[in-house]
Design a protein around this ligand. Structure first.
Ligand SMILES: Cc1ncc(COP(=O)(O)O)c(C=O)c1O
Length: 366
């Protein structure tokens, strides 16, 4: 059996007939930058997430950058965030001249909300929780801290479209939610794309303006120098089509997780259980194991692709040297980085394939 970690070719093969019609129609409309599909996408996301506003952008990275900038983050400021995210979370803070102040994580890979307050200083201008793997952070506590210190929250929702905490969607807890629609995400474009959600009208209007040279409504009057961070009409058309199937995709991914959990012998494997107040969408299915490198090789030798999200915590990356962090600063994140292993979870997996992977893993640990 050959089981790839991801299977975008299969996704395209299944969608091809309908997708090509949509692509043709969108190109034929002549609206390639901006257009009806973009506006429809923004309405669709607002409805799906139960939030007032959405702005379609070119990437999750620009969603974070524009949001942090508009909330006032600038040179010399600090932003609190976890060290185990995808590098873009910290990079956006650094590009604004601010410093990512890392806070260690919990068993479930998310920021430890009880360690945030200690890191707040006069320079803290935002808190950026990351809902890693499609599991939301403890937003109740983070919101309380935000209110107490009057520090805005920029949720990194790149991996958490339609995830919920206490029945409320990701991207609707903080001042702004920043999403990615990169091809590997549950709601994926065929290239780079992203979007923000917010209930703040002023922020919404400013992001809309900044994404397009600062000239969204009027090409001649520029009130603020902007960026080119727009979502293409063609990507919006693809996302509108795929959005119709998103709930089904999440259901399938959740079923796949359950199948793994039923069949894996969990004496040697740790997986943080879904809590009663969480609804996890499983952008990734990450287990924590001993002898990870040997297991990866064993699975690869048997045709199973895996991944690691992420093998080097951001504070230990070469690029972070100037921040002054060192080994053992974030012991939980560092320990986890050596144990985490992402198994295939995509919606195209067959039951037999998951059973096969479980049998291999159980055999490896016997
Ligand atoms: C947690 C996290 N933050 C930010 C990003 C950046 O998103 P994008 O690749 O769309 O720029 C990603 C996506 O890859 C991510 O997983």
């Amino acid at each position: 059996m050959k089981i790839p970690y991801i299977n975008l070719k299969k996704q395209y093969a299944l969608e091809k007939k309908k997708l090509l019609k949509i692509i043709d129609k969108t190109f034929a409309s002549g609206n390639w930058v901006g257009g009806d599909e973009v506006t429809t996408f923004e309405k669709n996301i607002s409805n799906a997430c139960n939030v007032k506003y959405c702005v379609a952008l070119n990437s999750g990275t620009d969603a974070l950058t524009l949001s942090l900038h508009l909330l006032g983050v600038k040179r010399g400021d600090e932003v609190i965030t976890p060290p185990n995210s995808f590098v873009a979370s910290a990079a956006t803070i650094i590009h604004l001249g601010a410093k990512p102040v890392f806070v260690d994580i919990k068993d479930d890979q998310n920021i430890d909300e009880n360690k945030i307050e200690n890191q707040i200083t006069k320079k803290t201008k935002a808190i950026m929780p990351v809902h890693l793997t499609g599991r939301m952070c403890n937003m109740d506590k983070i919101l309380k801290i935000s209110k107490k210190f009057k520090i805005p929250i920029v949720e990194d929702c790149a991996q958490s479209i339609l995830s919920k905490y206490k029945n409320k969607f990701s991207g609707t807890w903080g001042d702004v939610g920043c999403f990615s629609a990169h091809p590997l995400k549950n709601l994926n474009a065929m290239g780079d794309s992203g979007y923000v959600t917010t209930n703040n009208k002023s922020l919404y209007l400013k992001i809309k303006n900044l994404r397009s040279h600062g000239m969204e409504e009027n090409r001649n009057d520029i009130s603020d120098f902007g960026h080119v961070s727009r979502m293409d009409n063609i990507q919006a058309a693809i996302l509108n089509f795929r959005l119709k199937n998103l709930k089904q995709i999440i259901k399938q991914r959740r079923n796949n997780v359950n199948l793994y959990l039923e069949n894996l012998d969990r004496k040697k494997i740790f997986f943080p259980k879904e809590k009663f107040d969480e609804f996890n969408t499983y952008h990734t299915f990450v287990i924590q194991v001993e002898e990870r490198e040997k297991l990866i090789k064993y699975l690869a030798d048997n045709g199973v692709g895996t991944a690691i999200h992420y093998p080097i915590p951001i504070h230990l990356q070469k690029a972070s040297k100037f921040l002054g962090y060192k080994k053992n600063d974030f012991p939980i994140a560092e320990k986890q980085s050596k144990k985490i292993l992402t198994l295939p979870i995509n919606q195209f997996l067959r039951k037999e394939e998951i059973n096969f992977i479980c049998k291999l893993i159980n055999k490896f640990y016997k």
